[in-house]
Design a protein around this ligand. Sequence first.
Ligand code: TYM
Length: 335
Amino acid sequence: MNQPSRKRVFSGIQPSGVSHIGNYLGAIRNWVLQQEQYDNIFCIVNLHALTLPTTAETLHANTITMANTILAAGIDPERSILFVQGDVPEHAELSWLLSSVTMYGELRRMTQFKDKSGSDEESVSAALFSYPVLQVADIILYDTDLVPVGEDQKQHIELARDVAQRFNSRYGETFVVPAPDIKKDGARVMSLDDPTKKMSKSDRNPASFIALTDTPAEITKKIKRAVTDSGSDVIAAPDKPALTNLLGIYSLFAGISVAEIEERYTGKGYGAFKTDLAEVVVEALTPFQQRFAELQADPAIARNVLADGAARAGAQAAAKMQIVQERMGLSQHRT
Ligand code: TYM
């Protein structure tokens, strides 16, 4: 239900295979924790997933899996709108309109494009380049106040602010200027095999991330093998990036402060800490995994939620697009 007194939250996630604890701690968990506080819209961004090669079957299956991941994590479709981007064509339409107020140079500066295209600019899709404009459209189409995301999305939200402001000054007040909601903890969960890189689902080494669907044995093995820093003290420090990352994961899943954990493991070494960390992660993910398995066994549940979400998001998007078209002089002649 739309409660105008509450701030509007919008966030999105790509349906690209399994989600990992970085997606959970950096984004989904905060969506759930703040669910009561805000008026929420969460979007499975299947159009964004087209920017890298995929197949129809994969994208379709991943979309349902992502819906079940979000539902199993605790998003309640009665309280929040959950829908699939491609079900609301206004996202793609607004993206084109906004590309006229986005500068080529702004897109060239996006670090995610540079990272994902690497030295291969000739062969990546043009969609990978224009992707941030679609993300801006996602956000500002719903008069969003707050965008809860991980640190890696900060630059894209800043672009959304700039584009919304530019549109407003050119065409008159039309869009709310959104703000990023990035938490101090969990916003940048690092890879288990290289604590200088962020945990990423596109990483070729599956031991570098903990998938939300990993079995207890897999979780334990990955944590045991996670790289550590030199020395043996369980402390978070700038020269101990691996331990800082593992302590951060422990702290968020167990709900206790890093200082308290450091104290608990004084003189105990990495072995005991890692054994307990594995237990903490397994225990925290067990209820999620049970609910996820039930939802995966009955895909009709997700399909119903997504149909309802598309109707609710679609109504808001259509109303906003009418205003945008009028402001831009795009008169309608189709009857
Ligand atoms: P995506 O699908 O890559 O990631 C989804 C969310 O997970 C966060 N995240 C992380 N947080 C902490 N540590 C990590 N290692 C980590 N890896 C990922 C991301 O910051 C994100 O919040 N472009 C977006 C999807 C998107 C979107 C939007 C987000 C499309 N439209 C509108 C917000 C608003 C993306 O690819 O996220």
